[in-house]
Write a protein that binds this ligand. Structure first.
Ligand SMILES: *Cc1c(COP(=O)(O)O)cnc(C)c1O
Length: 232
């Protein structure tokens, strides 16, 4: 086993253990490999190991890696690209084409801009409302009391499939301290939501997130520890 396979096996067993503790099936957790610090050829390697969901936090980086992957491979892998970082207004058009999911819709205005681009392109996008559950001043996301209103307003926009909510937990040495944040996101999901996706949990804290209902975890470091980091 190479380092990447070892890392992936370890992440999978951590997911399985967390699921066992709370009576969930491991298949109910979607693992998004956060590839922001690794180049295109490592993305191809993770795809070869069976991971199809990749997360990037910059539109430009994702586009560069997509292009590189297409150059390396005449029949490029069918990857599902997730935008997990903040989306600036001037990148909305590109983002509407480059991604299948946007986790970081943090205002109705951004949703409206995306919707207009998608309508023009005849495309649809899976989106999540990013919520700043812990109210950290430096983080984006709607305030918790705005989450449901934003969710419902976005649902009315063409081209957007509003799948659920996303949050980035504050950094805590002890991941157990994040339990109220993850539980808080779950409680903000409207009762009548058709989909109940909760994107929460990263390398350091995804077990607690899974125990609190995460359906999508975003994992970088734990997958790519020990790998050569370079630009695409
Ligand atoms: C980088 C990043 C992650 C992954 O964090 P790791 O600690 O590397 O697992 C998850 N979500 C977001 C929004 C990120 O920017």
């Amino acid at each position: 086993m190479n380092r990447l396979e070892q890392n992936l096996a370890q992440v999978r067993s951590r997911i399985a253990a967390a699921c066992a503790r709370c009576g969930r099936r491991p298949e109910s957790v979607r693992l998004v490999a956060v590839t922001k610090l690794v180049p295109a050829d490592i993305i191809r390697q993770i795809h070869a190991l069976g991971l199809t969901d990749v997360g990037e936090n910059r539109v430009q980086d994702a586009l560069a890696k997509q292009q590189r992957i297409a150059e390396l491979d005449p029949a490029p892998a069918a990857l599902c690209w997730h935008l997990i970082g903040s989306l600036q207004n001037n990148k909305v058009r590109k983002a509407a084409h480059a991604f299948a999911w946007v986790h970081s819709v943090d205002s109705l205005e951004l949703g409206e801009r995306l919707s207009r681009e998608l309508a023009a392109a005849g495309r649809a996008l899976d989106v999540l409302v990013q919520v700043n559950v812990a109210r950290e001043p430096q983080k984006s996301g709607v305030a918790p009391e705005q989450a449901r209103g934003t969710y419902h307003a976005l649902r009315a926009l063409p081209g957007l499939r509003v799948r659920g909510l996303m949050t980035i937990g504050p950094w805590c040495a002890d991941p157990q301290e994040l339990r109220p944040v993850f539980a808080g996101l779950r409680q903000l999901l409207p009762e009548d939501a058709a989909d109940r996706e909760l994107s929460m949990g990263m390398s350091h804290d995804f077990e607690v997130a899974i125990e609190e209902g995460a359906t999508i975890i975003r994992v970088g470091q734990a997958l790519f520890a020990g790998m050569t980091l370079a630009s695409a």
